[in-house]
Design a binder for this molecule. Structure first.
Ligand code: 13P
Length: 348
């Protein structure tokens, strides 16, 4: 392995640590056009690329977000767009010392042998796409999401876990080769009637399968970030677990599955309410301080950061200040979830 390659990997590892370093977090502003359209449906207007641009601008142009965010994950349409002053979104973020991420999967399709489950698409042409995001926008990191469904003891099937893990590993290796930190997101869905214990078991098995695939696929564990669900009783049970229960179950699953070489783990909100996602994060940080973990931990939410702002905005220019206020207040609360101390963030 050449000296140049060694430096290249050290740089990636340092970036992975910085990205996952609490109390700051990562904003997932990377909803696909279809999902953004669903989110904007409450505005009651026809959604165009201009509407989506304004929606992104609401967050990306908000003052002082650099005090709360290490990175923002963008969608392919957004990374090529500009704010109202004509500044490209990736440049605007870099100017504010925020790392630029790009979602590179192409969504999911049913798994052939188990159509209630899904497999993530997007490996075809991926090396070229990654090289272009690096060259054109100087992107720092990437994200690929797989979706894992729980149904009693029957789902997830082993086939779904293994194939999704294999694709996550292929993607991660390609991202590292292109000089981008891969976020590996096998989301275990909150939907369902499963127990907290079942959720914990599935998260643990999913992450164990993913880590094995990363090792087999020669992915450098020192420069990946794992994005995971929290262990929760299924949404359809209507049971709201206490934050302490969530923290214990989540950290048990992570300790059992994630080796200490991995620099950082970030959480998605997965359909929890804003306050639930906040309180659970707070309890996870508190427990991880009492019983230290070997990785950085922080949040990478989409809905649990943006929802209140979207409700206040309603796609109207005059509501931008109120919407930004809601957004910044939420970021402030998420930052405070880490607690008072300076932190023991693991950096190089
Ligand atoms: P939520 O926080 O809304 O679950 O989104 C996170 C994410 O990045 C999903 O891919």
């Amino acid at each position: 392995m050449g000296v140049w390659y060694t430096f290249f990997m050290i740089d990636l590892a340092a970036r992975a640590r910085m990205l996952s370093c609490a109390p700051k977090g990562i904003l997932a502003a990377d909803e696909s056009n279809e999902t953004a359209e669903k989110r904007l449906a409450s505005c009651g207007i026809k959604v165009t690329s201009q509407t989506r641009r304004k929606y992104r601008e609401l967050f990306l142009d908000a003052p002082k977000i650099e005090e709360y965010l290490n990175g923002v994950i963008l969608y392919k349409e957004t990374i090529a767009q500009k704010d109202a002053e004509g500044e490209p979104f990736p440049e605007l973020l870099h100017r504010r010392n925020i790392m630029v991420g790009i979602k590179v999967d192409e969504g999911v399709e049913p798994l052939a042998d188990s159509p209630k489950e899904s497999i993530t698409k997007g490996l075809i042409g991926l090396p070229e796409a990654l090289a272009s995001y690096k060259k054109k926008y100087n992107a720092d990191f990437t994200k690929w999401r797989a979706v894992i469904t729980i149904d009693g003891d029957t789902l997830p099937t082993n086939a779904a876990l293994v194939e999704n893990a294999r694709r996550l590993a292929s993607y991660a290796r390609m991202a590292q080769d292109a000089g981008l930190v891969p976020i590996i997101e096998p989301e275990v869905l909150y939907d369902g009637k499963h127990s907290l214990l079942r959720s914990k078991e599935v998260i643990q098995k999913t992450l164990t399968t993913v880590v094995a695939a990363l090792e087999e696929g020669f992915v450098d564990l020192n420069s990946v970030i794992i994005k995971t669900s929290m262990a929760l009783s299924g949404k359809d049970t209507k049971r709201v677990d206490t934050p302490e229960e969530v923290a214990v179950a989540t950290l048990e699953a992570l300790r059992a599955a994630v080796p200490q070489d991995i620099p950082g783990i970030v959480f998605l909100s997965g359909g929890q309410s804003e306050d639930q996602a906040l309180e659970n994060l707070k309890a996870i940080h508190a427990l991880a301080k009492k019983e230290p973990v070997p990785w950085n931990l922080t949040y990478s939410y989409a809905r649990a950061i943006q929802q209140e702002a979207l409700t206040a905005w309603q796609c109207k220019e005059e509501n931008v200040p109120a919407a930004r206020e809601a957004f910044l207040a939420r970021l402030e609360k998420l930052t405070q979830a880490y607690g008072e101390d300076e932190g023991t963030c693991i950096e190089l």
